[in-house]
Design a protein around this ligand. Structure first.
Ligand code: NAG
Ligand code: NAG
Ligand code: NAG
Ligand code: NAG
Ligand code: NAG
Ligand code: NAG
Length: 504
């Protein structure tokens, strides 16, 4: 461990940490209504932390909030936007040093950096990066920190603070008693469940940064090493369980001891066997739950898209032609395998195993099947999406549930009767139907337990029964969706039928 105590970044962090110590913990803060209620029927409270307690300030973010507050017609939606849009910057930047080009971003109530969450925590700031160079530098520092993680531990999805931060690693009760191969160091790794979409998250954040800044300086040695490791995982995890001579192939396995979130993984920590299809296997889902079958359709869809984006980015900057070639080949192979092996009668399976096993369901966590249009995999009018969506948003999906006030898709992460607001956000991205959009929007806005923030899940039986008061990814995703509607469907949410896009 090596860090320079005299570096400006560390000194600033020390000062910020001192003043932040007087700030209330946002987990508790977000469980009680705080500021004045909005003037709409729901009277939703203002939930941003006091300015001195915010973890990063961005003038571009404040401008978009002011623009949207003056344009949105429903004061309750405006209040939700005002609370959620800045939530990542207000509450989750635990460490940032421009000099070290490192930033540590927590998920909210869990003090660790998840590759998936961070990509989505920052996705809605993409169009602001050109107008706010300081925000762009922060995102670049996030990418560099993640490049170090991925180059070292490509199978892991969640990480500890970088040593330069001087922050202590957090203990993860859920990792107690877990044996993972290849082995990991718990000073760097918070949890090492192998989730394919975590690597896609890293690619997505890199792509968002590049698209909006045209700055290729993030492609440093760390980043190139991380990209090589991503291809290593793709090559390893697309292989079948047995080779032709029935040698058992295992590059990664995760065995649970007695830990509370460690259901024993069958086949000595390898999960269910898989055949070769061209898809890339995963071990756990984007929800961190164990996969039933290894080939998760939506994670492969995201991978196919982000590999095309990676190739595009490399070609435009004339870098790593060998990687660009591989990225294109894999993207096509995965795309074809999705259409050939996961769709039957226009219905996508959530998971398959290559032996004919299919699990038709959806889980709320993005990448989900409902979010395929959001991911950029297909058009929302595609007949296979329309037919699949109809099943996913009905009792035919094992993890769909409906009550008097709230309904949607959940998953085994909480339980079957707690659908997630995130699923209704994905549903909005997947339709052009005005009525469906408004219904989903108000299912979300009406069901925040009066707190004006997006929760992980909401019981269909009890308004007050929700999980995770502080979940930055879900807040960002909601704000991204409202911003998308302001552009795509202004007449639904704005006072005037005129598209709004942030401009600087
Ligand atoms: C953000 O701005 C407020 C003043 O408006 C200041 O008190 C706070 O320290 C700033 N936060 C950071 C991380 O610079
Ligand atoms: C890392 O693992 C060791 C050995 O199991 C344990 O004693 C320690 O508490 C762990 N550290 C963290 C931060 O979890
Ligand atoms: C677990 O994975 C390691 C590689 O990380 C491999 O060497 C070992 O054979 C695997 N063990 C089992 C039981 O699958
Ligand atoms: C691409 O080529 C570079 C330089 O020859 C090499 O270091 C790297 O491992 C290659 N990457 C891949 C994914 O093949
Ligand atoms: C949201 O709540 C309002 C006011 O109670 C109600 O009129 C509306 O039908 C609700 N919308 C949905 C989709 O539940
Ligand atoms: C909103 O404007 C678009 C064109 O900009 C038009 O096609 C649409 O019909 C308008 N909708 C309403 C409700 O006025």
């Amino acid at each position: 461990m090596k860090f320079n105590e005299r570096s400006l970044g560390v000194v600033l962090t020390g000062l910020a940490a001192q003043s932040l110590a007087q700030c209330p913990d946002y987990t508790g803060y977000s469980q009680q209504p705080q500021g004045d209620p909005s003037s709409g029927p729901l009277g939703l409270p203002f939930m941003r932390p006091a300015p001195a307690c915010r973890t990063f300030n961005s003038s571009a973010v404040e401008k978009v909030i002011n623009d949207m507050k003056s344009l949105l017609k429903d004061p309750d939606v405006a209040r939700m936007f005002e609370n959620t849009f800045p939530n990542t910057l207000d509450t989750t930047v635990r460490y940032y040093s421009q000099e070290q080009n490192l930033a540590f971003i927590i998920t909210g109530d869990i003090t660790a950096q998840w590759l998936r969450d961070t990509a989505n925590q920052f996705a809605h700031y993409g169009s602001l990066l050109g107008g706010d160079p300081e925000l762009a530098k922060l995102v670049k520092a996030v990418i560099n920190n993640e490049a170090r993680y991925v180059s070292q531990y490509p199978y892991c999805g969640s990480f500890q603070p970088p040593p330069e931060s001087g922050l202590a690693p957090s203990h993860n009760d859920w990792a107690d008693g877990v044996t993972v191969n290849p082995p990991v160091n718990n000073q760097t790794v918070f949890e090492c469940k192998y989730e394919l979409d975590s690597l896609c998250g890293f690619l997505k954040l890199s792509r968002i940064y590049y698209q909006n800044t045209k700055d290729a300086s993030f492609m440093n040695d760390n980043w190139r090493m991380a990209i090589d490791q991503i291809f290593r995982v793709i090559n390893e995890q697309s292989q079948p369980t047995f080779d032709e001579d029935f040698n058992f192939i295992s590059f990664y396995n995760w065995t649970g001891g007695g830990g509370s979130l460690s259901p024993l993984v069958n086949n000595l920590g390898n999960g269910e066997p898989k055949a070769f299809t061209g898809l890339v296997g995963t071990h756990h889902r984007p929800s961190d739950d164990l996969s039933t079958f290894a080939f998760l359709t939506s994670a492969n869809a995201m991978l196919s898209i982000e590999l095309t984006n990676l190739a595009d980015m490399l070609d435009k900057t004339q870098q790593l032609t060998n990687v660009s070639q591989q990225a294109k080949q894999w993207s096509t192979k995965i795309h074809n395998a999705i259409w050939e092996t996961t769709v039957v009668n226009n219905i996508f399976a959530y998971e398959t195993n290559g032996f004919g096993g299919r699990y038709v369901m959806d889980d709320a966590n993005v990448p989900s099947l409902l979010s395929l249009p959001y991911l950029g995999f297909l058009d929302k009018q595609h007949p296979a999406y329309i037919a699949t969506r109809k099943i996913l948003l009905s009792a035919k999906n094992p993890y769909f549930a409906a009550g008097k006030k709230f309904r949607g898709v959940g998953g085994p992460h909480v339980d079957p009767w707690h659908p997630w607001p995130m699923s209704q956000i994905s549903a909005i991205f997947g339709t052009d139907d005005d009525q469906e959009i408004l219904t989903s929007l108000y299912l979300i806005v009406n069901n925040t337990a009066g707190l004006g923030l997006i929760h992980e899940s909401q019981s269909i039986y009890d308004d007050k029964d929700y999980t995770r008061s502080w979940f930055a990814w879900a807040n960002s995703f909601f704000a991204e969706m409202v911003l998308d509607l302001a552009d795509r469907k202004p007449h639904l949410v704005l006072t005037q039928n005129k598209s709004y896009r942030p401009s600087f």
